[in-house]
Design a protein around this ligand. Sequence first.
Ligand SMILES: NC(=O)c1ccc[n+]([C@@H]2O[C@H](COP(=O)([O-])OP(=O)(O)OC[C@H]3O[C@@H](n4cnc5c(N)ncnc54)[C@H](OP(=O)(O)O)[C@@H]3O)[C@@H](O)[C@H]2O)c1
Length: 376
Amino acid sequence: MAEPSSRQDADDRRFMAAARRLSLRHVGLTAENPSVGTILVQGTGAGAEVVGRGVTALGGRPHSERVALRDAGTAARGATAYVTLEPCAHQGRTGPCANALVAAGVTRVVIGAADPDPRVNGRGIATLRGAGVDVRELFEGEDAGRPFEGFLSRLCRGRPHVTLKMAISADGAVGRLGGDRVGVSGPIANRQVHLMRAGMDAIMVGVGTAIADDPLLTCRLPGLEARSPIRIVVDPQLRLPLGARLVQTADAVPTLIATTHAADAAADPYRKAGCGLLPLEGYDADHLRAMLRFMPSVGIQTVMVEGGPALANAFLWAGQVDRIVALRSELVIGELGIPAPAGVLKPQGFRLGRSERFGTDVWTEWERNDACSPGS
Ligand SMILES: NC(=O)c1ccc[n+]([C@@H]2O[C@H](COP(=O)([O-])OP(=O)(O)OC[C@H]3O[C@@H](n4cnc5c(N)ncnc54)[C@H](OP(=O)(O)O)[C@@H]3O)[C@@H](O)[C@H]2O)c1
């Protein structure tokens, strides 16, 4: 295949970036399917015109290629399709998307990531090429796989993608012993946390945090209230008070309790209050891994662990963290400070990712060195 001209290359990168932005719209809302973006373009350079747009529909079907083809109608003939993930090649309810692109007369397809699903991997590309479509694999960019990292993690590791988020004071603490709840991070960073929650399938805390802070763990950004993910409390001994806000609001926002008593009568009051039970066999790393491996079966492909330090340490120790989000604030907590986990202050096996300032807080992301790659 000939190398694209520099003008073509610039177009490809620009429209792939637009397709990735489009795909973000339904992150967390496409069940076990990845949220994919497709843009159909006629012409090149200054004459390029977007003739169709599609993002994977709510619930995961139809796929973005079909949504974009429907949007474009006959204008799809002769167009270039920018698709953030390799088009499917397996016979689902609606037939393979690779074939739909061919049938609509799309002549060129630029693909942003390979699909590790064994039913697809390489076969979508082969179908397109076999039908004479010019295919470019543009498997680059730091964030190529980010919109569907939960899907990648489920296929590559058999568990959800795990983000560990902690707010840390200037003197290295995450809270205060015996005291009231301490707001470590400021309002601007907290809104970013709520935004991040909206894109997750689940938020998790240990029972220590649920008792100390009595949090709601919802997304409370205007317009995004309905995007609150499932809340999970790791509570092996069922210490969570029935009066806790998490239990009291379980009818409105799905709440799971991960406990060794999932099948016991001891869990009945939580069940009656509307909580679901997640089996957890014990405290060691294997039990944590088993709990995570169970989660995709209940539709959870992305989890944000929001502490506290004991649960954070357990996740780090078990090697089950894919991204660390460390929020450093200017607050000084003093001698009663609860120390932040060392693995969050100085992550080992992670590389520095995005870093931003939100108000007076510094938001730093660390990505696991052996992250699931969308390009293979
Ligand atoms: N700055 C921040 O970002 C942040 C975030 C959250 C919390 N906090 C602060 O942290 C403090 C609470 O800390 P914490 O360490 O007590 O709370 P935690 O980590 O939320 O909860 C600890 C409890 O979770 C259970 N648990 C932890 N690891 C487990 C594992 N591997 N397997 C099974 N169960 C496990 C245990 O429950 P059992 O003892 O019942 O077995 C343990 O006592 C509060 O002051 C809170 O404000 C700060």
